[in-house]
Each structure stands twice: as C-alpha cells, then as structure tokens.
Design a protein around this ligand. Sequence first.
Ligand code: FAD
Ligand code: MLT
Ligand code: ZN
Length: 536
Amino acid sequence: MKNLLILTERIPFRRILTKNVKVGTNFKTQRCLASLVQKDARKNAEIDFTAEKYTHLQRNPNFSELTQEDISFFQKILPSNCLIIDKQDDLLPYNIDWMRKYRGKSRLVAKPQTTEQVSRLIEYCNGRKLAVVPQGGNTGLVGGGVPVFDEIIISTNNLNKIRSFDPLSGSLVCDSGCILENLDNYLAEQGYVMPLDLGAKGSCQIGGNVATNAGGLRFLRYGSLHGNVLGLEAVLPDGTILDNLATLRKDNTGYDLKQLFIGSEGTLGIVTGVSIQTPRRPKAVNVALVGLSSFENVQDAFIKAKEELSEILSAFEFWDASAVKLIKDHLVQGSRFPLEDNYPFYVLVESSGSNKVHDDEKLLCFLENLLEKDIAKNAIVAQDETQFRTIWSIREGIPEACSKAGSVYKYDVSMPLEFLYKMVEDVRCRFTDAGLYGEDLAVNSITGYGHVGDGNLHLNISAKSYAPEITALIEPWIYEWIEKHKGSISAEHGLGLMKAKYLGFSKSKSMIDMMKKIKQIVDPNGIMNPYKFISD
Ligand code: FAD
Ligand code: MLT
Ligand code: ZN
C-alpha cells in the first residue's frame, strides 16, 4: 500500500508488539471491561448518609414507614432468598451508589423473579404509599438508583432470562435484569451485536440502560435506544402490566408509549422486559490510537474521519493528558503505555465493516493523512485482539482512574463541538483562581474525555473529598455555562438526584409542566423513585 512504510515507522505499537501480523486483523468486538471500583465494606460504612449530607432534602411525610405487616406480605409473595430485610451489611451495596457519593437508608431489598411478582409488589406499595426505588446494576452516575431515605429497593437482579431471539430480523427479547455484557456474548454466538456498549457492561442491566437511555461507545454507529428499542414490558405503580413487547420495526398505531419509559429513570414504573433490534456483528473491526496537540486538531481529525472513513467509522472517542496521567498513576502503574510520548490529547478511532482489506486501506490512508497534514503527532493501529483490548481498556478505564484519584464531581454534557473542551479549561481557571487546584490541594485533577462523535463531554473533577465549598464553586455556575453555550446538562447519564434541581437549565417550563402532568397521571401517589428529577 502507498506510504505504508512511512506510516508503520510512526506506528510503534505495531512494530514493537507484533511481527508479520497483517494490519487490521479481524478482532472480536468484545472489549475489556474496565473493572469497577471494588466496594470495600469498611469504606462503604464510612460514607455519609445522603439525608444528612444534603439537608435541603426532606422525607415526604405522605409516605408510610415499613411495618412488620408489610414485611409479612412481601414474604408471602417472594421466597426468602429474594428478600434482604434489616441486614445492614447485605443492604449496604444496594444503598450506596457506584460513585460512593450517595447513601440511602433502605431496610428492604426485594428481588422478584417474575413480572407478576413485580406487579403484586408495586400494587401493594402503591396502596400502602411505600416509596420505591427500582435498581438494576447500580452503575448509574447521578444517584438515581439508590434510595435517599428509607425507600424500598426493587432490584431486577433475578429477572435475567433471554426470552427469544429471531436470527432473521435480529430482534432480541429479554428480561430487564439481563446484564449487558451477557447479552452481547449471547448475540456474538449468533453473529449479532448489542447496539450499545459501555464501560460498565459487566454490571449494568438492559433495564437500567433503557431507564437511563444510556448512550455509550457505539452510539455514533447505531444511535439511541429511542430508535433501537422495539418494545417494552413495564409495570405501572397500580400494578398494571403494560405489555408492549413488540418485535416489529414499524408500528404506527397511536402514541408510542414505550418512549416515555426510555430515559424515565424509574419515575414512572418498572421495566421488566425489553425487545431490541440488534445489528449484524461487523466482520472486520480495527482500532487506532492517535496523539494530538490541541482540541482543534481533535475536531479536524473528526471531520476527516467522517469524510474518509464514512460508513466504516464506528467510534470516535477523545481524552486529555490528565486522563492519561490518572490511568498511569492508578490503573497501569509500571506497564508500558501504547504511545510512548505524551500528548495533550488522544483520540480512539474504531472502524467496523465487512471487508477487511477495504477497511484496512481506508484506515491507514486516513491515519497517514492526519500525520502528513500535521493534524496528528502519532498514531498506532492494534494488530491483534490483545492490542485492541488494550487501547479500548484505556478509554474504558478513565472513569475508574478518576474515582481512584479521589471523590469525583462528574458532569456529563452535550454541546456544539467547538465549545466542548472550553468548559474543561474554564473550570480549571476557576479552581486555579480560587487557589484550590493543584497536586496537593483540594482538587487534584480536572479531566476531560468523552464521545466526540456525539458532542458529549465528560468533565471529572477529582477532589480530596466532597466538600460544600467545592460544590458551591461549580454549581450552579456550570449549569449556567452549559445553558449559555446551548448545551444539555445531561447528555447520557440522566438527572437522578444529582441534577434533580437543574432540569430548568435544559428544558422549558411548559415542557417540565407536561412531564409533571404525565408523572401525576401514571404515579399519582409519587411512590416511584421520589426526590429524583421529577419530584416536587
Ligand atoms: P442503575 O444504576 O441500577 O439505575 C439507573 C437508573 O435507572 C435509576 O434511576 C434506576 O431507578 C433506574 N432503573 C434501573 N433499572 C430499572 C428498571 N428495570 N425499570 C425502571 N427503572 C430502572 N452511561 C452511559 O450512558 N454511557 C456510558 O458510556 C457509560 N459508561 C459508564 C462506565 C462506567 C465505568 C460506569 C460505572 C457507568 C457508566 N455509565 C454510562 C452509567 C451507567 O452505567 C448507565 O447509566 C447504565 O445504563 C445504568 O444501568 P444500571 O443497570 O446500572 O442501572
Ligand atoms: C464514559 O463515557 O466513560 C461514561 O459515560 C462514564 C463516565 O463518564 O465516567
Ligand atoms: Zn460516556
């Protein structure tokens, strides 16, 4: 191939690690799971209770408190191994969120095994005005899946069966508690792929993905769950089972009610079943890691990727030098990093297609052009599955590396691409001016990464601890900044408890009023996930 030599000279990953391996080996698309932060029981017990830390939150006095009679009822519906009652150590992982930022005081976790059991549980809770929090894999990043006070946790862990798969159409029907990675592995055997993928794939559940309208790493290629979900089964607070598990691609018969549940964050009901359109698994997948000097270069590289890779472009992710420092400090100490020199910015480009020769040629030409035009400073292409996983696990490991650096203030925003990184720079200035930003100061790292292809930035501010003076410096300033730049305060993580007060920065009063009317119709007692984004 033309210029291949020039390119390979600048691709040390290829030279160092593989000899005689053709560029663009066919890889399985399954990536490394960035292992989640281990929940250490002793440390968990030290986390402050949400209700005591955020004193503006008051328990809704309309809600009942759990009684022995209630417990007896739950024991009648569920076997004893599906209930956790008043056992503090066992309750702890359900009461604390992945960020270790929020801690509820729930006394009871119910883990139903069937939709009918969910229905009976919810109907009872509604009648008794017992507040409820639906919980999937508990990997949510906005405090939406854990209780604030003593809400009952309904976990979907035991709803974990694949119901059907049609190899002709690619439609998959499954319980909501199926773990995303398990579904993807199942589909791999059939030659199909889940249309979404996240770093939390080994723990998050498809019901949680639907409830948060998760975006993730394949969004650029396959789009939103609003397009991929074909049907849902959901249990409403009055116990009604809304059975809309259709597998049809087209169905224009009335309101598309399933859309209401996608992104509803457990505030309208419990999703118990999901029908989803899955695409064919791409035969040829390549991944490249690129080092760049500026965010302008990142934008130029993205424009070029769309232009030159077009239909085979499947992911375009970026991160900054601060992310790499955290990865080196906390995740891969002593290991060799694929790109030896340091760069202010890094981009991961993935191509997925059906013709390996064609895809290899396109990707290499694209990378050559980036290097020749000085848009990129260095580039490597994975030569085998290990290298493929290494590059992806760097990207997927960033949230965990940020968490290891301290208590993380996490912001997930979308906005016009030109302003995406300016937000990180402005936040750094703000903390520098306040004398709080530096290796040994209150805030030790401010990191930007995300899904460039979707205009989605993740800003992570790692601090020694969560402290009111740090929060006050960020909020509401950051939400005003986002509004001014015509962005959204939540691109993909949702609002949960963290952003419950701030919906007005991204939605008009008339839209919020409409949401409240819907909530009132579906959940008049307000038992579903209270104190979160749509509660008063
Ligand atoms: P949970 O955390 O258990 O719950 C999340 C919300 O959904 C809560 O409000 C809960 O009440 C509600 N809920 C859960 N299950 C149901 C149900 N069956 N019915 C009704 N409501 C329900 N998110 C992205 O969008 N993109 C990413 O790339 C991404 N990467 C991540 C990487 C890491 C390392 C981590 C820790 C998280 C990441 N997330 C990402 C966030 C998180 O994984 C997603 O929001 C995921 O969809 C949550 O699924 P879950 O099963 O863990 O839900
Ligand atoms: C990601 O893209 O890595 C996730 O959304 C998680 C995060 O933002 O930390
Ligand atoms: Zn993300």
